[in-house]
Design a protein around this ligand. Structure first.
Ligand code: FES
Ligand code: FES
Length: 184
C-alpha cells in the first residue's frame, strides 16, 4: 500500500511498485486531466507537482511519491476561481487542440512559484513541454501577464510593529509609513 496526499486529500493505492504515477492518477484514481503523450519524459503532457516541483509523472514510479504531496491540474483552479495562469490562458486564447495544456499550465504555475518575475529566457528554460500546435508565443505572453497578476496579489511584506494599512500600532505615538515598494 502506498500513501500520499493528492490535491489535499490523503490517498492509498495498492498497485505494483513500479507503476508510473501517471497510470495511478488516470487508471486507479480516475484523474484524467493529466495526459499521456510520449511516456518517455519528453513532451511534458503528464506534468504534475510533487511537493511543489513539476515532474513528469509518466516516468515516476509510484513508490517515489510515498508520503509526498501531489497536485494535479484538477486542483490548480476552477471556473469560479481560476489560477492566474488559467485566467491568462483564457485572455490570450492560448490553446489550440488543448491536449498539451494541462501539463503546460502545471509547468508554468511551478515556474511562477519559483520565479515571480520570469524573463523570456527563464520561460524558455522552464517550458520544455512540447506543443504540437505551436502555441509557444501565446504561452510566453500569458505567463508574463499571469506573473504580473500574481505579483499584484502577493501579500506585501510589512515590517514588525506596523499594521497592513501603514497605521501605527496601538499605543504608538508616531504614525508609520508602509513601505510602498512592491516586493517580488
Ligand atoms: S507523457 Fe510524460 S513526458 Fe510525455
Ligand atoms: S495546444 Fe495542441 S498540442 Fe498544444
Amino acid at each position: 500500500m502506498i500513501s500520499f496526499i493528492l490535491n489535499g486529500v490523503p490517498k492509498e493505492v495498492d498497485v505494483e511498485p513500479e507503476m508510473p504515477l501517471l497510470w495511478v492518477l488516470r487508471e486507479e484514481l480516475g484523474m484524467r486531466g493529466t495526459k499521456f503523450g510520449c511516456g518517455i519524459a519528453q513532451c511534458g503532457a503528464c506534468t504534475v507537482h510533487v511537493d511543489g516541483s513539476p515532474v513528469r509523472s509518466c516516468v515516476m514510479p509510484v513508490t517515489a511519491i510515498a508520503g509526498k504531496k501531489i497536485k494535479t491540474i484538477e486542483a490548480l483552479g476552477d471556473a469560479q476561481n481560476p489560477h492566474p495562469i488559467q485566467q491568462a490562458w483564457l485572455d490570450h486564447q492560448v490553446p489550440q487542440c488543448g491536449y498539451c495544456q494541462s501539463g503546460m499550465q502545471m509547468t508554468a504555475a511551478a515556474l511562477l512559484e519559483e520565479k515571480p518575475s520570469p524573463t523570456d529566457e527563464d520561460i524558455n528554460k522552464a517550458i520544455t513541454n512540447i506543443c504540437r500546435c505551436g502555441c509557444y508565443e501565446r504561452i510566453r505572453a500569458a505567463i508574463h501577464d499571469a506573473a504580473k497578476v500574481q505579483r499584484a496579489k502577493a501579500p506585501k511584506v510589512v515590517p514588525t510593529g506596523e499594521t497592513q494599512d501603514g497605521a501605527a500600532p496601538e499605543g504608538s505615538a508616531e504614525p508609520q509609513k508602509q513601505d510602498a515598494e512592491e516586493k517580488p
